[in-house]
Each structure stands twice: as structure tokens, then as C-alpha cells.
Design a protein around this ligand. Structure first.
Ligand code: NAD
Length: 258
């Protein structure tokens, strides 16, 4: 029986590569995005989030074996916390009952090496408290202070911390559902192509995300890890943030993580 997955952000980059990889392996994949997807839904809005869950229930008969939450933006804008944190959490929480009805269910969301970069505690704390208006307001304030770059790192730190808190609860680990995040380094996708195309942008990215092993990655090189994390072979990895970053985490944090 082929496994059934739902992938958000399926129209581009890591989500598109992962959708193609899983389909090549014979899985059924329901792609979700703003456009060019089986389910079109805007994860920045309450309505879009509810619509995603409702349509997923209709398309699957209420059963999913895996969810991969890839949708994201990297803008100096409150939209970034809405999509990257609240959209991802709504996806995972909303689809959890479908996973609970699936076979060997698993879920994974995309954080980032940017989770290690400076962040704004006001944004992160409001997000983890589940207070979207406060998180959006804090993000707006950061942008107005000229610190818009903090919004992305804050969204990725918050989602990594949410995964660690949530994965070990009765609803996830207790229900037999591994929940993890991956933290990519620099992946060549439309999200960052414009920055990579300028010498100043390239230098800024490589300074912030040093990748001694093989340099920048293509999204096709991330898909197998996501595929493994949502496979039955993953029996005991949960609550982890798996860095797939050419060594950037080790360069940036050394052994201080312990
Ligand atoms: P991408 O821009 O190629 O793909 C992101 C997809 O998310 C797009 O198809 C977009 O339409 C969709 N999306 C954006 N807003 C949405 C919304 N409101 N509702 C539904 N879908 C929405 O980017 P990517 O690089 O493939 O990014 C995928 C994930 O990986 C993101 O969460 C990103 O933050 C993360 N990430 C990327 C990199 C990188 O270097 N590219 C590094 C670390 C983490």
C-alpha cells in the first residue's frame, strides 16, 4: 500500500524536489501551495489554514502517513512569522488527527541554520505563547527599527523550539508520531537566488552560513533526508533539529551546543 504524504510549499524549491522524490518512490503526495498544487491555500491566513485541513480530509478520507511542512518566506516583514511559524504549526496541529489515523505516521518541518543567528526574543516568545497578533506586532516593530532581518531567524528559532517542546507530548510521541525539524544551510532555490546572484549578497550569505562540506546544496540533495524522516525506518528520531548544512552549525557553534 503506497504511503500518502502532504507537502506544503510543493510548488517550488525544497517542497517541489521532495514531492518529486517521494512520487518517484511510488508514494501518493498531496501538494499544497499558493498556486500550482493539489490544494491551494494561503498559510498566512486563518481561513487558508482551515481550508488546507478541510481539503486534506476530503482528499485522503481522513488518513495521512506523513506531513512535510516546507512552505516559507524570507521577507523583512511580519508575513514571515505568520507563514514560517503560525502557518507551520497550524499545518502540523491541524493535520495531526489525520496522521493519528495513518500508518507509521511521521511529520517534519523546515527550520534553518538561521535559527542560530541573532533573533528577537519578543517575536520568539510571542510565537511560542501562541499569540499571533503579539508576534506580528513585535515583527512589525523590528522592521520599523531597521532590524527586519531578525524576523526570519526568529521564525526559525521559534519553530525549532516548538518542535522540541511538542514532539515529546502525549499527542505526538505518546501517539507514536515522530516529529522533527531539519535545518538546511544555503540551498539554491528561488527564495535566495536573487541574493546569490550579486557579489554582496553572496558574500553576506556565505559569511552567515559557512559550508565547508560541498558548499551550497540543491533542493534535490535535501529530499532524501526528509523522505527518511517520514519513513517507517525512522522509529526513534524525534524532537530533533537535523542540520543539513555542509557543516555550518559545527562552524558556528563548535562544541558549545553541549
Ligand atoms: P521557495 O521559495 O523555493 O519555496 C517556498 C514555497 O512556499 C513556495 O512555493 C511558496 O509559494 C510557498 N509559500 C510561501 N508562502 C506561502 C503561504 N502563505 N501559503 C502557502 N505556501 C506558501 O523556497 P525554499 O528555499 O524551497 O524554502 C522551503 C523552506 O526551506 C522554507 O521554509 C525556507 O525558509 C526553508 N529554508 C530554505 C533555505 C534556503 O537556503 N533556500 C535554507 C534554510 C531553510
Amino acid at each position: 500500500m503506497p504511503r500518502t504524504f502532504l507537502v506544503t510549499g510543493s510548488a517550488s524549491g525544497i517542497g517541489a524536489a521532495t514531492t518529486a522524490y517521494l512520487r518517484d518512490q511510488g508514494a501518493r503526495v498531496i501538494g499544497t501551495d499558493l498556486r500550482d498544487a493539489d490544494i491551494t491555500a494561503d498559510l498566512a491566513t486563518e481561513h487558508g489554514r482551515a481550508d488546507l485541513v478541510e481539503q486534506a480530509r476530503e482528499l485522503t478520507g481522513g488518513r495521512l502517513d506523513g506531513v512535510i511542512a516546507c512552505a516559507g518566506v524570507a521577507l523583512f516583514d511580519p508575513l514571515t512569522i505568520k507563514v514560517n511559524y503560525f502557518g507551520a504549526v497550524a499545518t502540523l496541529e491541524g493535520l495531526r488527527p489525520l496522521l493519528a489515523a495513518g500508518t507509521d505516521p511521521r511529520a517534519v518541518v523546515i527550520s534553518s541554520v538561521a535559527s542560530l543567528h541573532p533573533n528577537d526574543p519578543a517575536i520568539v516568545d510571542a510565537a511560542l505563547a501562541g499569540d499571533e497578533p503579539a508576534a506580528v506586532e513585535a515583527a512589525r516593530a523590528a522592521v520599523e527599527r531597521g532590524h527586519g532581518a531578525l524576523v526570519y531567524g526568529s521564525s526559525k528559532a521559534a519553530i525549532a523550539r516548538w518542535v522540541r517542546r511538542t514532539a515529546i507530548t502525549a499527542e505526538w510521541a505518546g501517539a507514536g508520531i515522530p516529529l522533527n525539524a531539519i535545518a538546511p544551510g544555503t540551498i539554491v532555490t528561488p527564495m535566495i537566488q536573487a541574493m546569490l546572484d550579486t557579489p554582496a549578497g553572496l558574500a553576506a550569505i556565505d559569511g552567515a552560513v559557512p559550508m565547508p562540506l560541498h558548499g551550497h546544496a540543491r533542493p534535490e540533495q535535501i529530499a532524501p533526508l526528509l523522505s527518511w524522516l517520514v519513513s517507517p525506518k525512522n522509529s526513534h528520531v524525534t524532537g530533533q533539529v537535523v542540520f543539513v548544512d555542509g557543516g555550518a552549525d559545527a562552524v558556528l557553534r563548535g562544541d558549545s551546543a553541549w
